[in-house]
Ligand binder design. Structure first.
Ligand SMILES: Nc1ncnc2c1ncn2[C@@H]1O[C@H](COP(=O)(O)OP(=O)(O)OP(=O)(O)O)[C@@H](O)[C@H]1O
Ligand SMILES: [Mg+2]
Length: 156
């Protein structure tokens, strides 16, 4: 039924929970599991009256350092997640990939490109704002993807 499952992983507790469900489904259906992490891009602030000129000259370097740091953090938690799964389920076909850009758009695009049969995503992620059932990534993915999707809510 599910030949290929794409799970969206940002390293947060809810996405770990989503990953557990994806692993369990993949084991049951002998599916290939693809774990995707997207490093969001930091934006250079533009001040309406002053444009880029208002940012100090070092800001661009600071931002690219920050971007690199974020990329390393995402890469590390992705790698650790993969290692844990491989150790626990040596027969499972699992692979990971890291991309950069807008998470929701990339998740939807990759699910199409990869021809995934199922997307698994957490209801919430790293974002701290409480009160909403869905975060902005899961909401956008649910709204725009054409694939079957499993949104895993976190235990309360
Ligand atoms: N950068 C990302 N890369 C891969 N998957 C992601 C990423 N961000 C979120 N996700 C997926 O989407 C799920 C929901 O996260 P989402 O970002 O929507 O919630 P949030 O972080 O709580 O809210 P917000 O980002 O709007 O502040 C996560 O559990 C994860 O499965
Ligand atoms: Mg988020």
């Amino acid at each position: 039924m599910y030949k290929k499952i794409l799970v969206a992983f940002d390293g947060s507790e809810p996405s770990r929970n989503a990953l557990d469900h994806a692993v369990s489904i993949a084991n049951k259906w002998k599916s290939e599991l693809r774990i995707l992490s997207v490093v969001p891009r930091v934006m250079m602030p533009v001040f309406p009256d002053e444009g880029f000129g208002a940012a100090p000259i070092t800001a661009a370097q600071d931002m690219s350092d920050y971007q690199e740091k974020m990329k390393n953090i995402y890469a590390k938690s992705l790698q650790e997640a993969e290692e844990d799964i491989k150790e626990a389920f040596p027969d499972l076909k699992v692979s990971t990939y890291l991309m950069e850009g807008r998470p929701s758009g990339i998740i939807v695009e990759e699910a199409e490109k990869e021809n995934a049969d199922l997307i698994v995503i957490g209801s919430r992620g790293l974002g701290g704002i409480t009160g909403w059932i869905l975060g902005s990534t899961s909401r956008r993915v649910v709204e725009s993807c054409t694939k079957p999707i499993l949104v895993v809510k976190n235990p309360q």
